[in-house]
Write a protein that binds this ligand. Structure first.
Ligand code: C2E
Ligand code: CA
Ligand code: CA
Length: 555
């Protein structure tokens, strides 16, 4: 072993003065002697550096043993990193040792390159890359790194949970109050969330309006339920933004895991998946593998639906709509139908959401418009002139956002030489939420083609009545959920009455959907509802049956 000769008091300035402190040292009988420092080396010449002893540098104390080993070896040079000093003042050096010459026995040059500044810059840059600049929280990458570090350090049986918190309708705050207010909201949410977590939980902002939380789960696992409750109540207090009081709710997805058993990246995905379920259920949802199977099934459905659209295997059914007062057949609503290759009939309530999520709604919607126009032209031809009915086509909110509907309809109308007045377009309230001004523009363009515009599923969504008034809406369609069973439910009657009087006030007509009994049809007519459709009249019909119905009504 090498001992160290106690250093005389070394001037700390030495390092400062010499950008690369170098010294010639001699290892002798287990001791390290400094023969010359940087300047002295130069003056004396390296080969001839055995002048007077100079004060030893404390860095040498740290590496005495390595120098000893080096001079005893037959290597000519060697280098390694060295950390020196305590935490805050810690400096990082690269130490290089080089043999002076083959016969300079026991002597070598040691140089220290101070890399502290470079490393600090690198460190800052790294930290920046892992941090969300708006909230100062870790970002997605930072979250992964922190959880990995914590799991690395955790005990073998350690159990944990990852929570994903997604703000509901955040885009609306941005759209209505501007992105400055949106930023302010995110910062406040971050602060409130931080406030309810324990010191060693990790909070990160992993997306625009998405936060992630890493929690240790203690025996019993009640802590997670507790935290989800506290999150909801922390956000329940309204936020003050640009002079408004804003209420924000959130959806929470949870996934549980154990160290070394589960990959935290999988858990993040699982929790994100559960957020989607939380959005529709309205409460926090824990990840369940069966739910994932449903999603996978949906993915299978997506592939099959894409193929069906490409191969033209979808068709439209037509449900008649009547004038309630006169009983006259006025139009047909076109409803998409899809029979799979295995002969199974898929419901629109299953495949339309898949189409919307996957973007397939764009080709599906284009097909539906063209098919409806083509059908009506065919009916007119068979009828020998205007057959006297309109066709109503459903438009999805996503389709409106992504596709140029008005030009598409216009070219279909031109191709079949039909006026726009023969068509109704059914839009849902949800179309108005994301970008109301743009959608208003599209509605005006459709109106410009002469079409009728109906607001579908009315009453189920968010309706800004003042806004509705400004839009070119001709018909409100009262959602089936209020109509079916209305006669035995006073709340439903009240809603239907309210919608009817609203539409009168706004100068709009109304269509009731889901009329299953004649009694209901009569009641609705008496209440002043304009049109109606439902099983009491007819189920959606195959195209030829619809035409037969139309023919049978010819007077
Ligand atoms: P929707 O636009 O509200 O269409 C009315 C739905 O109510 C239809 O369901 C129809 O079959 C059903 N219905 C009509 N009368 C009655 C009744 O008396 N009782 C009951 N229980 N149900 C009745 P369907 O055909 O299953 O369509 C479901 C939804 O799928 C539609 O709801 C619509 O939102 C969507 N959809 C269908 N075809 C298309 C399409 O081509 N494009 C788009 N974007 N959406 C479509
Ligand atoms: Ca509809
Ligand atoms: Ca509806």
């Amino acid at each position: 072993m090498f001992g160290i000769i106690p250093s005389t008091d070394v001037s700390a300035k030495l390092i400062g003065l010499l950008p690369i402190p170098a010294m010639v040292v001699r290892a002798k009988d287990g001791a390290i002697l400094v023969e010359a420092t940087n300047t002295a080396c130069r003056e004396a010449g390296l080969a001839n550096a055995n002048d007077q002893q100079v004060p030893r540098h404390p860095l040498l104390d740290a590496i005495g043993a390595r120098i000893g080993a080096f001079v005893e070896s037959d290597r000519l040079n060697e280098d390694f990193p060295l950390q020196f000093g305590s935490s805050v003042e810690c400096r990082h050096f690269r130490v290089a040792m080089a043999r002076l010459s083959r016969n300079a026995e026991g002597r070598c040059v040691v140089t220290f390159v101070d890399q502290t500044a470079e490393l600090r810059t690198e460190d800052n840059l790294r930290r920046e890359m892992l941090t969300d600049s708006l909230t100062g929280l870790p970002n997605r990458a930072g979250f992964s790194e922190r959880t990995e570090q914590l799991l690395e350090a955790a005990a073998p049986g350690f159990r944990y949970a990852i929570l994903m918190v997604n703000l509901d309708r955040f885009s609306r705050v941005n759209a209505c109050l501007g992105s400055m207010s949106g930023d302010e909201l995110l910062i406040t949410v971050a602060r409130r969330l931080k406030g309810i977590l324990r010191a060693n939980d990790v909070l990160a902002r992993t997306g625009g309006d998405e936060f992630a939380i890493f929690l240790a789960v203690e025996e019993g696992g009640n802590d997670v339920a507790h935290v989800t409750k506290r999150i909801s109540s922390a956000l329940a207090t309204p936020f003050r933004l640009s002079g408004y009081e804003i209420c924000v709710s959130c959806s929470i997805g949870v996934a549980f895991g154990a160290r070394r058993v589960d990959d935290p990246e999988d858990l993040i995905r699982h929790a994100q998946f559960s957020v989607k379920r939380s959005k529709s259920s309205g409460h926090a949802e824990a990840y369940q593998p069966q739910a994932f199977d449903i999603a996978r099934e949906q993915f299978g459905m997506e592939t099959a639906l894409r193929r069906a659209i490409d191969r033209g295997q979808l068709r439209l059914n037509y449900q008649p709509i009547y004038d309630l007062a006169s009983g006259r057949l006025v139009s047909f609503e076109a409803l998409a139908r899809w029979r799979g290759e295995d002969g199974v009939e898929h419901l629109p309530s299953a495949f339309i959401p898949v189409a919307e999520e996957s973007g397939l709604i764009v080709p599906l919607g284009r097909w539906a418009i063209r098919e409806a126009v083509r059908t009506l032209a065919g009916w007119d031809a068979q009828f020998g002139g205007d057959c006297g009915v309109k066709i109503a086509v459903n438009l999805s909110a996503i389709q409106l956002q992504r596709d140029g509907i008005a030009p598409l309809l216009q070219s279909a109308l031109i191709a079949h030489n039909l006026p726009g007045s023969r068509f109704t377009l059914e839009l849902t309230e949800s179309a108005l939420v994301t970008d109301p001004d743009r959608i208003a523009g599209i509605m005006h363009a459709l109106k410009g083609l002469g079409t009728t515009i109906a607001m579908d599923d009315f009453g189920t969504g968010y309706s800004n009545l003042a806004y509705l008034q400004k839009l070119p809406i001709d018909i409100l369609k009262i959602d089936r959920s209020f109509v079916t069973g209305m006669l035995v439910d006073r709340d439903k009657v009240a809603i239907v009455r309210a919608i009817l009087s609203l539409s009168q006030a706004l100068g709009m007509q109304t269509t009731a959907e889901g009329i299953e009994t004649n009694e209901l049809a009569q009641t609705l007519a008496a209440l002043g509802c304009t049109y109606g459709q439902g099983f009491a009249y007819a189920k959606p019909l195959e195209v030829d049956d619809a035409y037969a119905l139309l023919e049978s009504r010819r007077h």
